[in-house]
Design a protein around this ligand. Structure first.
Ligand code: ZN
Length: 310
């Protein structure tokens, strides 16, 4: 009978421990456990086994949770890294885009202005260049004045004058120091309308040749020159550079400064006038007047382009 009780109590052990017995059954088990050492031991062992099992499971869970936490932390870290990289890329691209846009804007405006100037029928351009050589400490200045009116040019350069015409094979060179006037017929057409303004070739090159990445090698700043607000486009660094100064309002190039560190410094200043040239400024018939009476006049004929001067 007692053995039979033992079997029943053992069968009920799980429900007992899990507290799933009715109060009558629980009382029956409690009473039996008070008197039966064997069952008491069985119950204690059971209890501690389940306890250990629970601890094991808890530990397993904890390890798993820790593992998941680690993965989550790694994911968060990756997210932060990727987001940071994306932000840096976006900032760099935005900065470069703004820089490219601003420089391109200035170049385009100056180029459009140059194209407009080339179509003018009346302009005068003074170009003054100062060159300093740091190697031998020498220095010189050159002033060239271009007059253009209705297809005719007069170019004053140093001690000489040159007369030209658009789409013409004729050229006249006046050498004041030699008191000599030479009349040429060339084997090519010297000038097309607006050609004298090729002195602004840098702007044309920036517009037509230097695009994309190479334009990012340029930098833009704003500065004043002779009281005029200017954009300054620089290629190079603080030691060796070429700066082009563009009138912010008129879009005309006012100045070009070139320096090669410890080697040379070269500055050209441009002054541009519209509608100030008179017919007599570009009229070569002045060479037949009293003023040039003492000049030797040479008819050169076809001029070999290899020896083109002035
Ligand atoms: Zn028992």
């Amino acid at each position: 009978m007692k053995n039979n009780d033992c079997d029943i109590v053992k069968d009920l052990s799980i429900q007992y421990i899990e507290d799933m017995l009715s109060s009558n059954s629980r009382e029956f088990v409690d009473n039996h456990l008070l008197n039966c050492k064997d069952c008491k031991k069985y119950y204690n062992d059971m209890n501690s086994n389940i306890f250990n099992e629970n601890i094991k499971n808890d530990k397993k869970d904890e390890i798993e949770i820790n593992h998941l936490k680690k993965i989550r932390n790694h994911m968060n870290f990756l997210k932060i890294i990727i987001t940071s990289i994306l932000i840096v890329i976006i900032v760099i691209m935005t900065t470069f885009s703004i820089k490219y846009y601003n420089i391109s804007n200035v170049i385009n405006e100056a180029y459009n202005k140059l194209e407009y100037m080339k179509n003018l029928d009346n302009y005068k351009l003074i170009q003054e260049t100062t060159y300093k050589n740091f190697l031998d400490n020498s220095m010189y200045t050159v002033k060239t004045t271009y007059y253009y009116k209705d297809g005719k040019y007069k170019i004053e350069l140093g001690d000489g004058i040159r007369y030209l015409e658009d789409d013409s094979y004729n050229k006249i060179c006046v050498y004041n120091d030699l008191k000599q006037i030479e009349y040429y017929t060339q084997d090519f057409i010297e000038e097309k309308k607006g050609d004298t303004l090729n002195v602004f070739s840098n702007i044309r090159n920036y517009k037509t040749l230097e695009k994309g990445i190479s334009r990012l090698g340029l930098s833009l700043r704003e500065e004043r020159f002779n009281g005029i607000d200017c954009y300054v486009i620089r290629r190079g660094n603080n030691n060796s550079y070429r700066d082009i100064w563009i009138d912010k309002k008129q879009k005309v190039t006012l100045r070009m400064v070139e320096e090669e560190y410890m080697h040379h410094y070269c500055e050209t200043v441009y002054t541009f006038f519209e509608n100030m040239v008179k017919d007599e400024d570009v009229d070569s018939s002045i060479l037949n007047t009293e003023k040039y009476k003492n000049y030797e006049k040479k008819n050169i004929g076809i001029h070999d382009t290899k020896y083109k001067d002035l």
